[in-house]
Design a binder for this molecule. Sequence first.
Ligand code: UDP
Length: 195
Amino acid sequence: TPMDKVLGIHFANVSFPEAMSLLGATLKSSDSSNLFFINAHCLNVSFEDPVYRDVLKQTPLIFPDGSGIRRGCQLQGIPLQANLNGTDLFPELCRLLAEEQKSLYLLGATPGTVEKVAAWATREFPGLRIAGTQHGYFAKDDEAAVIDAINTSGADVLCVAMGVPLQEKWLHRHSGGLNTRLNLAVGGLFDFYAG
Ligand code: UDP
């Protein structure tokens, strides 16, 4: 995978179809991979939050999201292959999962919102199985139960929408205990697709 760096954070500099192939490959692998996105806001946060910055540095799969990253790359003389944001990738991921008869678990946003996203995805992608949903405001004491529910659901893919940098730290901490193949941190995506 062609990798580049912007302000010290590496990312996969690939086209949209190549990005989809990378996602497809993680579904076939035996471990639980995290996929994070970086935009200009993430880079700002990463300079104030060394734990988040460290999490990014330890994550093999990061996609570049947004015009800020494109501009940052331009300044370094690096042409960006594609703007790989969650909003554009999510429908394609749903399509792929429906085709491959894999299931998706949605974690994050407010109680009403996450169910709306599940309903939208089920409607839009016939054959897609939503393994379960959980809002993103659970208590620390319920964390083990949340992870149990994801594992019990048999989900292949987990989307976590709890905001930067909480969602990345959460996935970094817990992906070792998850039975999913792929975990994406998707920020405000659920609010967008809840309509
Ligand atoms: N959120 C959550 N749990 C929290 C805090 C936030 O589930 O403890 C959700 C919030 O409801 C929203 C998303 O995380 O849906 C964050 O959206 P935002 O646009 O702020 O995310 P960004 O992409 O900027 O990180």
